[in-house]
Write a protein that binds this ligand. Structure first.
Ligand code: GAL
Length: 643
């Protein structure tokens, strides 16, 4: 169940066999290779040098390793860019982004699509049937370094085509976007400009469509590679490694093109990048926030339709966050076990050995540059030994489900209205509040079936599609909706009946005004639950059959209930959010724990896992028969017991 990312092209060939043997000794099964090796695979146009990669594949395969082969399209070589500079992406100021790192491509470039097809064909034809190749990773981290939206001439042409297909008639586009405002009307699709570089804010409806278009381009690109790989490599899986905290394209759609999802888990880097209160960040700076990895495990289990891996697991300090601490002892082991507890089929570490050169020389690996095992490497070996003594049962559906939507992220980032309205942060906080109750959570897209879940959480869903509305209405558990839900139509305007728009039947109420609240500005809430709203607050006009469970000081509802449906009219602080979550999950009939800030549980079949990210030991209340660890779980400790 363990893997590692390996770069044979970074090391003398004389080391490969020894590295492979040591991987097996450590307990590693899968080795991912070649995602950045284009300049060595094809050093000049059409001149392929397979010899070294053939030997690397043979060496790894002979050692008994299963290879995850990659297409090298995250790093097109210099000769290709020089021949076709139009491949380079263009920033929002209209400047080309240069060669010298990676992902220097736009998905709209015809030359890029052609070159991508050719190199994918070549690699797939060469290794598709190789017995050591278990499957494929397409490209590497689509969208990394802000590379989904590109503003060049080919992007504009492709956007025009996309708009033509979507609207057919420019009049329909004018109508949909509200182009009469500020005389933005166009007489033909070719008159549409890219939504950037204008004097002030461009039309939000145009920006949403541009984002949808760009997202579709990523999905189409992945589908193109997947088709080539499947043709040359039948019976092998095709996957992609997604990122954390990343909303650049619709992962639900891209996931549908894959056999399963994988993602790259860097808990310390992500915690460093999150907007957290100082005391919370200080507490978790060297462990990672306890919901950071877990949230994404649950998200990507959903994206992979139940099947997923961690393709890159942080093994020590990274190099890319503002500060890069060393994980506290035990954390690399804990993160690995946590991924497995959430259902990962494989956890693969990034990377086998720290590179002494180039951009990532400050990034740890399982080994130091001098070939000695790092502390993270020791912990990986410990997990491997522990895993050998333990059979992991299949996981089951969770009792709680959270609806996560990429369009919600786009809408709220295009029109934040308050500069700290961050959709992913809101979802993470709702997720945290539910997990503090000791519950497991599934994450699904809007429109996915919700029947059978005891509770459904929708932290913020501005655009409620017909499918999403039907799924909410068919749900049989308690529903909790958050701010801005139903506040926009599909074409980015305010619904005629006011929010929550299409959810009127479930939530007979109207949101009549909203406020964003600058830091320090807070609106108190009291009633069955209490606390304050920060960042965002709404004024709700309650309709027939509703009950206000809590109110603002001006007596308008802050938490409103209509049968099974609840609406929380703002961005709650931790006290209000925790109280609201406990109330809704409690009436859903779930048994709730009250875990400390740093402790989380997760079930896999009849096993319960406990993870202690906090600074104090934690005593498990009713730890059945222990399989791993102790019922007093120390800081950075993991325990597993059988119910
Ligand atoms: C990932 C990426 C890897 C490496 C790693 C460093 O985002 O896929 O290639 O750069 O980060 O943490």
């Amino acid at each position: 169940m363990l893997g590692v990312c390996y770069y044979p092209e970074h090391w003398p060939e004389a080391w490969w066999a020894d590295d492979a043997r040591q991987m097996r000794e450590l307990g590693i099964t899968y080795v991912r290779i070649a995602e950045f090796a284009w300049s060595r695979i094809e050093p000049a146009p059409g001149r392929f040098e397979w010899g070294w990669l053939d030997r690397a594949v043979a060496t790894l395969g002979d050692a008994g390793l299963r290879i995850v082969m990659c297409t090298p399209t995250a790093t097109p070589p210099k000769w290709l860019i020089d021949a076709h500079p139009g491949i380079l992406p263009t920033d929002a100021q209209g400047r080309p982004r240069g060669f010298g790192s990676r992902r220097h491509t736009t998905f709209s470039s015809g030359a890029w699509l052609e070159a991508s097809r050719a190199v994918t064909e070549a690699v797939a034809a060469r290794y598709g049937a190789h017995p050591a190749v278990a499957g494929w990773q397409i490209d590497n981290e689509f969208g990394c370094h802000d590379t989904v939206l590109s503003y060049g001439p080919e992007d504009l042409r492709a956007f025009h085509e996309w708009l033509r297909r979507r609207y057919q008639d420019p009049e329909r586009l004018n109508e949909a976007w509200g182009n009469v405002f500020w005389s933005m009307e166009v007489a033909s699709f070719d008159e549409v400009s890219l939504p950037a570089g204008a004097v002030t804010e461009t039309n939000p409806a145009a920006r949403l469509d541009f984002w949808r278009f760009a997202s579709d381009q990523v999905v189409a690109y992945a589908a193109m590679q997947a088709a080539i790989l499947r043709a040359h490599s039948p019976g092998r899986f095709v996957t992609h490694n997604f990122m954390g905290r990343f909303i650049g394209f619709d992962h639900w759609k891209l996931g549908a093109e894959l056999d399963f999802a994988t993602w790259d888990s860097y808990p310390l880097g992500f915690t460093e990048q999150r907007e957290l209160p100082d005391d919370v960040r200080a507490m978790f700076a060297e462990t990672g926030h306890p919901d950071m990895a877990a949230f994404h495990h649950d998200l990507y289990r959903g994206v992979g339709r139940g099947r997923w891996w961690v393709m890159e697991q942080q093994p020590g300090p990274v190099n890319w966050a503002p500060w890069n601490p060393v994980p506290k002892p035990g954390m690399v082991r804990l993160w690995t076990w946590e991924a497995l507890a959430h259902g990962a089929e494989v956890v693969s570490y990034f990377r086998w050995r720290q590179a002494p050169f180039a951009q990532e020389q400050m990034h740890a690996g399982l080994h130091r540059p001098d070939r000695v095992r790092s502390p993270g490497g020791e912990e990986a070996a410990q997990v491997a030994a522990e895993l050998a003594a333990l059979a992991l049962p299949d996981g089951a559906r969770a009792p709680v489900v959270l609806v996560f939507d990429y369009e919600a992220a786009w809408v709220t980032s295009i029109q934040p209205q308050g500069q700290d309205f961050n959709y992913v942060e809101l979802c993470l906080r709702w997720y945290e509040a539910a997990r503090r109750c000791g519950l497991d959570i599934d994450i699904v897209p809007p429109g996915a079936p919700l029947a059978g879940y005891a509770a459904v959480l929708a932290p913020c869903l501005p655009i409620v599609t017909e499918a999403a509305r039907a799924a909410f209405e068919a749900a049989d558990g308690m529903l909790l909706f958050g701010p801005r839900t139903g506040s926009k139509t599909a074409t980015f305007s305010i619904p005629p009946e006011l929010p929550p728009g299409p959810l009127r039947a479930l939530l007979p109420m109207r949101v009549i005004q909203v406020a964003s609240l600058r830091p320090g500005l807070r609106h108190a809430v009291a009633g069955h639950v209490a606390g304050t709203m920060e960042r965002w607050r709404e004024w709700v006009e309650p309709g027939e059959g509703t009950e206000a469970l809590a109110r603002f000081a001006d007596n308008t509802p802050a938490l409103l209930r209509a049968g099974r449906a609840h609406y929380l009219a703002g961005w709650p602080d931790a006290a209000l959010l925790n109280a609201t979550m406990r109330r809704v999950l409690g009436i859903a009939g779930l048994t709730l724990l009250d875990l400390p800030p740093g402790v989380r549980l997760r079930r896999r079949g009849d096993l319960t896992f406990a993870f202690n990210y906090g600074p104090e030991p934690w005593t498990a209340p009713d730890a059945g028969s222990l399989i791993l660890g102790d019922c007093i779980v120390p800081p950075q400790g993991t325990a597993v017991w059988k119910a």
